[in-house]
Design a protein around this ligand. Structure first.
Ligand code: GP9
Ligand code: MN
Length: 430
């Protein structure tokens, strides 16, 4: 009911962090290119396999100051069973998925007040998702309409010849290559745009066609883990090419470029091999530490910070972006907080109720000291309070999704509820 949403709003209002005036509105009017790194975990950054970097291009974005990126090395995915779809939901709504199943599917007809809809209405952005797989996967072709996504370029828009496809769909190199003319077209006719490029090749079981691997596999003896590095390198090469193309077409310099990992690629079933890779036993705490995924952002006219160590997660991205665009996140219901804000909240809930902070972690029912890796036998009252807060936050989130509560929420600023019938996808509807 409308009372339930008021309880949620009073929580998110309290959690809300004021924008950092230095950055507020810095990205207004700029194109936004958001690049999804499938199954990419942060341990790959700077990792050396057989003495060589696995992802030299991404590493260069992190370390070369002239690139002006800010890399958050304590950024975590917060996804559950909805995997990629949960990542999308989190980043565009600052809502978690559901405890079971994929909200994209089970809550696909809910009312949302999502980033694409908001910036479409308030700043005339055109939003588009690019993905070389069937549009119906994860119910995208339906829920995207609820999110206010204007265009959905699915496999219908790409040359999906057999030599260009592997595993779930189009290989990342042809995918990004073939996306360029679509992006240019958006820029010419519909700018400013918010484009979401969803890669796919670096996905379990991490396979490439013969001749497309440029590095040797690892040699733990666990094929999944061993091949993981090869597809990561393939993705890294695809990105390098994409950046070159963006620069050549004049789409790079003046665009916000944002890169994120959606969820882990190596599940805990592979912890033995991961122990070899990391050079230490994968305890429950280490497993939680491995849930870091990259988040990198470059905003034209904003100096890169290099490596930012703030603890943050996917739910924090939407408020961060809103503030960069000069829109106050307080106008909407959001569980995350602006990562550039002084008041950013440095605890990161996982979907299963575990959470991470700078000094300690709560994993599978135990508090851990991050420094020593030891279980904290007597957690402080503050730690226990934080745990209660995280569980309360997740329960509020679940009420929002189960009760479709955003129906009852009127954002402060002139908001027109999204009508899914305003959106049509597919070539035949153009
Ligand atoms: C399929 C792709 C994979 O389109 O998004 O989804 P995942 O298995 O990673 O959730
Ligand atoms: Mn995924």
């Amino acid at each position: 009911s409308s009372e339930d949403i008021m309880e949620v709003e009073s929580y998110t209002d309290k959690k809300y962090a004021e924008p950092n005036p230095e950055y507020f509105g810095k990205a207004e009017g700029k194109n936004i290119i958001k690049i999804h790194l499938e199954s990419f975990q942060s341990f790959l950054i700077d990792y050396k396999l057989h003495g060589k970097e696995v992802t030299p291009f991404l590493n260069s974005l992190v370390h070369d100051e002239s690139q002006d990126f800010t890399y958050f090395d304590n950024f975590f995915h917060q996804t559950g069973q909805g995997k990629t779809a949960d990542g999308e939901l989190l980043m565009d709504n600052s809502l978690y998925g559901t405890p079971q199943g994929a909200a994209f599917v089970t809550k696909g007809a809910n009312t949302y007040q999502a980033l694409p809809g908001i910036i479409g209405q308030r700043q005339d952005y055109t939003s588009a998702v690019f993905h070389g797989d069937e549009g119906s996967f994860w119910n995208r072709d339906n829920i995207y309409k609820q999110l206010g996504i204007d265009k959905f370029y699915d496999d219908e828009y790409y040359d999906m010849s057999e030599d260009k496809v592997i595993n779930y769909g189009l290989k990342d190199k042809p995918f990004l290559e073939q996306s360029m003319p679509l992006l240019e077209d958006l820029d010419k006719n519909d700018g400013p745009f918010y484009a979401h490029m969803m890669t796919l090749t670096h996905h379990y079981p991490f396979v490439l066609d013969e001749g497309e691997e440029s590095i040797e596999p690892a040699n733990t003896g666990d094929g999944t883990v061993d091949r993981y590095f090869q597809t990561a390198r393939y993705l890294d090469e695809a990105l390098k090419q994409f950046f070159d193309d963006l620069k050549e077409k004049g789409l790079y310099e003046d665009s916000v470029i944002m890169i994120y990992g959606d969820h882990y690629g190596i599940s805990e079933n592979h912890n033995k091999a991961m122990g070899d890779i990391m050079g230490e036993e994968i305890t429950p705490l280490e497993d939680a530490n491995l849930q870091r995924v990259p988040y990198m952002i470059r905003v034209p006219g904003m100096e890169g910070q290099g490596i930012n160590h703030e603890f943050s997660g996917q739910a924090d991205v939407m408020p961060t972006l809103l503030h960069l665009l000069g829109i106050n996140a307080k106008d909407y219901i959001q569980f995350g907080t602006d990562m550039f804000s002084e008041g950013h909240k440095g605890f990161v809930p996982f979907r299963n109720g575990s959470f991470m902070t700078k000094d300690y972690s709560y994993v599978e029912g135990n508090f851990y000291d991050n420094e020593t890796g030891e279980v904290i036998e007597e957690p402080t009252a503050k730690m226990k309070e934080r745990k209660e807060q995280v569980h309360y936050e997740l329960s509020l989130n679940d009420q929002v999704l189960h009760g479709d509560l955003l129906r009852f929420h009127e954002p402060n600023k002139n908001w027109e509820p999204i009508d899914p019938s305003d959106y049509q996808y597919g070539k035949t509807n153009e």
